[in-house]
Each structure stands twice: as C-alpha cells, then as structure tokens.
Design a protein around this ligand. Structure first.
Ligand SMILES: [Zn+2]
Length: 324
C-alpha cells in the first residue's frame, strides 16, 4: 500500500498544503489565503479546506494518510499541540492539533516553523549527508533549529535554538522580545529595514529614498539590498553591520553545538553576497578552533518550498529516523 503524508505551512497571509509520498515527493498542492483578520474559526476552516482540496486532487480519504505535519510561527507547545501566541494571527492558546484532528480525522503533529524547516533541510535539503546540523533562518525574524543525531533537539518545552533571541550586544537596539541587542535586532530583514529607514530619514542615502519614491516607511530590506548592489555606501554599511552580528551568532552556534554543518536560509539570504563573506570571516575570528575546524556552512536548498517540505518532514519524522 502507498504511504501518504501531508504537510501544512501556516503563514500569516497564506496556507500551503502538500501531499507527499513516502520519499517526500510532493504529489499535490493547495494554496489558500489565511484570512487571519477574520479570526480563529475562519483560519481553521481555511486550513481544513486546504487539506480537503489536496486530498480531493488525488482522490484520497483521511484514512489513506499516515500523518499531517503543521509548521507554524511560535511560540507554541509542540507536545501539547497548542499555538500559544502569534504576532501574525489573532489568536492565543489555540489547541490546533486537537481541532484539526477533530475536523479531518488525520493524526496531526505540530512544530514551530524554524524547527520544521530544520527538519526539511535535514531530510530533503542541504543536510541530507550529516547527522548533526543547525539550521538558521534569516528573514523577518531570525530563528533556528538544531538536529542532533538525526533528531530535532526541541528542548524541554520546545524553546531550544532560539538563536534570534541570543544577546549579541546588551547595549543594542530593543528587540520584539523585550530585550536589547538580540541577534534578531541586528541581522533580520526587520532590523535591516529599521537601520535603512533611520539612515534614509537622516538623509544618509538618497539612493534608498529614490528607490522608495521618497517614502521613508517604504524603505525595506529589499530596497536596502538594491541600493547596496547599486553601490550605495550607506546601504552597504548596513549589510556589513548585520553581517558582523550574524557572524557573532554563527560563532556562538559553532561553539555550542559543534555540528558538522550550519545551514543558512530565509528571505534575506537572497542577498547573501552582500553579507555572507563578512559573516563567515567574523565567525572564524570568534569561534573556537576545535568546532570551527569541522563545521561546514551551506545555503539552504529547499528555497520557497522550505515551509512545506519542513511540515512534510514533521509528519514523516518517525519514519525518516527509522529508515534514515
Ligand atoms: Zn529578542
């Protein structure tokens, strides 16, 4: 009998669901708007509709599916299946696993999106050949997931590897978590946008303002990157600053986890040539020689499918470890 798995990538604007075979090959997909503003019941209804659509595409029933994996922004309690809070979705303490299982009748597993992405890269992406790796995503925020001896290291209550909220400068900018100088407050898309807007408002970059039609609030990380590619020194300096702190964060990961590989993903990596060399040089200056000697840095391979493949890996984790 064919083995089928489902993955659902729950985002603030869209819900992606994929049906995969036992090798993780995607056989069918569905994409629905999250419609987060319409509230909890509507979001769950859209998730259910997305699952049903993908099953219908292959004429499958709930009983044909071994498990459904959900990747969601956190914080969440993966073991209890509860999404605790979410800055993009208007809900609190939602027992999402219970609700989805009741609605569709498929065994459901939940992980935070960065942890899910780490599993995706381990089993289907750049980490296939190694047993120990750390995945770090540099996008709106900075998140991560560590795989130790092929298994996700979740921590006691699913908060392990919150690399974005490790402090790299206690005198640094205020972070969304309430602390100052977290890695995320220097090296995320949000942080780059903040630094770029400050520079634009202070008249330090005419190029960035031009690219944003003179609207300071419209200056974002993508515009900063575009300006840097066009030679704007201020924009380049912003990426250099982000790179320095990213390098410190990477050195911390090297020293703490001593893995064979660190994989970098997330939207900001599209501009990797603006910051990655400096980040790696800073990492080399700050990490210990022992763990540094064996670690390899790789770019994530799953691209825009990482959320979906991560969720599928969450559904398949038991099988993958057994057959590794
Ligand atoms: Zn923080």
């Amino acid at each position: 009998m064919q083995e089928y798995y489902l993955g659902l990538d729950l985002g603030g604007t869209k819900i992606l669901t994929g049906l995969a075979d036992k090798n993780g090959k995607i056989l069918a997909r569905s994409r629905k708007d999250t419609e987060a503003k319409l509230g909890e019941e509507k979001i769950i209804a859209n998730m259910v509709a997305s699952i049903e659509e993908v099953l219908a595409k292959k004429n499958l029933q709930a009983e044909d599916i071994i498990a459904l994996g959900i990747g969601s922004p956190g914080p969440l309690d993966a073991k209890k299946g509860i999404i605790i809070e979410n800055s993009n979705l208007p809900w609190k303490n939602v027992p999402i696993v219970e609700k989805i299982e009741a609605a569709v009748g498929i065994k459901t597993l939940l992980k935070n999106d960065a942890n899910a992405a780490a599993l995706g890269e381990k089993w289907f992406g750049a980490g296939k050949e190694v047993d120990n790796m750390v995945y770090i995503t540099i996008s709106t925020g900075v998140g991560g997931g560590a795989i130790i001896k092929q298994e996700l290291f979740s921590g006691v209550n699913d908060n392990a590897c919150e690399i974005g909220h490790t402090v790299v400068d206690p005198d640094g900018p205020l972070c969304g978590c309430g602390n100052h100088g977290c890695l995320e407050s220097f090296a995320s898309g949000t942080a780059i946008a903040r630094m770029a807007q400050e520079a634009a408002a202070e008249g330090k970059s005419k190029k960035m303002l031009d690219l944003a039609d003179n609207i300071v609030e419209d200056v974002d990380a993508a515009i900063c990157a575009q300006a840097a590619y066009q030679g704007d020194q201020t924009a380049k300096a912003i990426f250099a600053e982000a790179a320095f702190y990213l390098g410190i964060g990477l050195a911390n990961l090297v020293n703490i986890f001593n893995t064979e590989m660190i994989i970098l993903g997330g939207g900001v990596m599209k501009s990797a040539d603006l910051f990655l060399d400096k980040a790696i040089a800073t990492m080399r200056d700050n990490a210990l020689p022992g763990p540094l000697e064996i670690v390899e840095l790789r770019e994530a391979e799953l691209g825009s499918d990482i959320g979906l493949m991560g969720a599928i890996a969450v559904a398949m984790e038991d099988r993958l470890i057994k057959n590794g």
